[in-house]
Design a protein around this ligand. Structure first.
Ligand code: 2NL
Length: 344
């Protein structure tokens, strides 16, 4: 039995030395050390040995097992190292090859304009508010002094979902909702940017979906002069410190009195050019003192409270500021157009 075990050791070690891949090693391990391997089958004859012989053979079997195991480990390490070297050689990366360019995105021009305006108003203590794009007739029209049958509703032809539900035609319902949610006593300082919709045929200056930002300030003793100061700040932040503003009388159903604001034309400094249609002034936004009926509908006592509101189109501001001549460029997502403004 001793000779048998020694022969097994010699044979196994020889085979291990000769093996040149990990699969062969695995097979050798099973053949000699496995449950059904040679050492186990020799030890099966242990029962026939005398009690004195048993520990001697047992120890020898352990030593043989150990010797095979050690050789196996050494060989395994050597083979693994060799395989790794082959793999590294094969998969070597040429670091001098040019890399794949990474496309870096950036904010949409309209997003940048909206954020610039938000920054200004956050600095003035206003809150940014959002609301649903699918609105009720009440908040989109009724609460803004546009009762059913009012002629101004025609100008804002909308996409109706039901008789009572429509895609909002302006962001004003967000303001009506914000005021309405208060108790008629708390002041409101808010702006609401967002997407609005009108049933229009798309062309260079019309889009059935566009953006709007409106602002609202309601408190005791809010006056037209507060509106004017705020609008001047806005004009100068968006178009430069050197800009003058001009307010002209206008009409909106939800404000009384109502005004439109122009800024002095930078292209011609007031001389008159094609951008300002030879007037020296460019129309930027509409505004006014909140109509008492709108305040009352939202739960404010119009004798005690007053407010101003204004509304503007970031699309128009972006077009004027960057000389974009087609509003559709904002919505057709041509990266060649959009990426021009990534540093803007
Ligand atoms: C424009 C004019 C305007 C308002 C929007 C408003 C909202 C409430 C009450 C009163 Cl809740 N007014 N919004 C007021 C005046 C003008 O927008 O030409 N926008 C593009």
């Amino acid at each position: 039995m001793q000779d048998e075990l020694k022969a097994i050791e010699a044979e196994a070690v020889e085979k291990l030395q000769a093996a040149d891949n990990l699969q062969d090693l695995q097979a050798i391990q099973v053949a000699y050390l496995g449950k059904k391997g040679s050492i186990t089958s020799v030890l099966r004859g242990m029962g026939k040995l005398s009690p004195e012989e048993r520990p001697v053979i047992g120890e020898l079997a352990n030593n043989v097992r150990q010797a095979i195991q050690t050789t196996l480990q050494e060989k395994k390490q050597a083979l693994e190292l060799a395989e790794l070297e082959v793999k590294l050689e094969k998969e070597a990366i040429d670091v001098t090859l040019p890399g794949k360019p990474v496309t870096v995105g950036g904010p949409h021009l309209l997003t940048s304009i909206i954020e610039e305006i938000e920054d200004l108003f956050i600095g003035l203590g206003y809150e940014i508010k959002e609301g649903p794009e699918v609105e009720t007739d009440y908040y989109n029209f009724e609460a803004l002094n546009l009762p059913k049958g009012h002629p101004a509703r025609d100008m804002q032809d909308s996409f109706y979902i039901t008789n009572d539900l429509l895609l909002r035609t302006h962001t004003s319902p967000v303001q009506a909702r914000t005021m309405g949610a208060l108790n008629g006593k708390e002041p409101v300082r808010m702006i609401c940017p967002g997407k609005v919709y009108r049933r229009d045929s798309d062309d260079a200056t019309h889009s059935h979906q566009f953006t709007q930002i409106e602002g609202l300030y309601v408190d005791k003793n809010v006056r037209m002069s507060d509106l004017k100061g705020t609008l001047k700040l806005l004009a100068q932040k968006m178009f430069g410190k050197d800009r003058e503003i001009r307010l002209r009388p206008s009409f909106f159903p939800f404000t009384e009195p109502s005004v439109e604001m122009d800024i002095s034309c930078k292209v011609c400094s007031g001389e008159g050019c094609s951008v300002c249609k030879k007037t020296g002034w460019i129309e930027i936004l509409g505004a006014g003192m909140v109509h008492p009926k709108v305040l009352e509908m939202a739960g404010y006592d119009a004798k005690e409270y007053s407010g101003f509101a204004f509304g503007m189109g970031p699309d128009r501001i972006a077009m004027l500021k960057y000389g974009v001549d087609d509003i559709r460029a904002f919505y057709t997502s041509d990266v060649r157009f959009l990426k021009q403004f990534h540093q803007a």
